[in-house]
Design a protein around this ligand. Sequence first.
Ligand code: 13P
Ligand code: SF4
Length: 363
Amino acid sequence: MSVCSLDDYLALPDHSMDERIDQARMRLGKTTILLGHHYQRDEVIRFADFTGDSYKLSKAAAETDAKYIVFCGVHFMAESADVLSRDGQQVILPDLNAGCSMADMAEITQVEDCWDALERVGLASETIPLTYMNSSAAIKAFCGERGGLVCTSSNARGAFEWAFKRGKRILFLPDQHLGRNTGYAMGIPLEEMVVWDPWGLQGGLTRQSLTDSKVVLWKGHCAVHQRFLPSHVDQVRARYPGIQVIVHPECRFEVCQKADALGSTERLIALVDQAPVGTMFAVGTEIHLVNRMARRFAAEGKKIITLDDTGCLCTTMYRISPQHLAWALESLTEGRVVNRIEVRPEVKHWARVALDRMLEIKA
Ligand code: 13P
Ligand code: SF4
């Protein structure tokens, strides 16, 4: 069958893609690996060869021999896979609109301005730039070139320790919540973590507050996780005595403080997996993952609910549809690479340095 335009696929129902995806996968065989982030919808993730959090998927991307890496996730993940890939490998993001609103909260030019300001006040040389995986390749390269690194939510603490062996202060990009939660868990008082507002003059901070700080947190956040509030924790505890509250560290500080445990998507799953039969959990993360966990663990007598009563969707993760996936795979069977993600060579080198430093830090 000859591949039609993407619009032709988008006009068809989800379930009509299943067989086509299976067929295309069979034809592509080992040339193609499909990576799926835990927030992907069920109709897509069921086809993944590997599922995982950002750390696990970047390791899988770095280790595979497949010629084509089809990334069912968001743009920064596909970029990282390209940076970690070998010559001859190509990374495909089935829908180029699958971005990350948090990653978009830090532009490389804003980060450069911030660094210039730190240089002007004489602090850059003692500051290590550390970026969360959820950032552009340009920002990863920026960190790599200045002696810094990348982290994910599963190895943020290790990355902080790495950085504090090399500098007095961390500039943490772009998620203020992960940075604050990690710093506080290591014993850094809140007053020593200041927030850099990229829209403010000198980040909205005085020279003294920058000098006194141990962590400069970028003013970024995830809209999905920011929705969870401390009152949600109180409500589920009142309603279900004994319930365990587990949340992603992108949630705000007050929520993380009240929770029983924090973890990356992979760790949230592991926490439930390891719990005794009969345990009940309220999970503070993206709703597709929460619903999937609820179904999987119901069979083991573990009840899972979302921390707020509506549950929030990551709309950009959701952009990867079965139609986009079928189109990308069927195009490959005809030798056409669509939606390739290619990081510019000059960015790739230093981004790789920063990502390699991250991969050395265990999750
Ligand atoms: P994980 O690394 O925990 O999968 O998180 C990625 C992410 O984007 C969470 O919002
Ligand atoms: Fe980005 Fe938040 Fe979606 Fe994660 S859940 S990909 S941080 S917008």
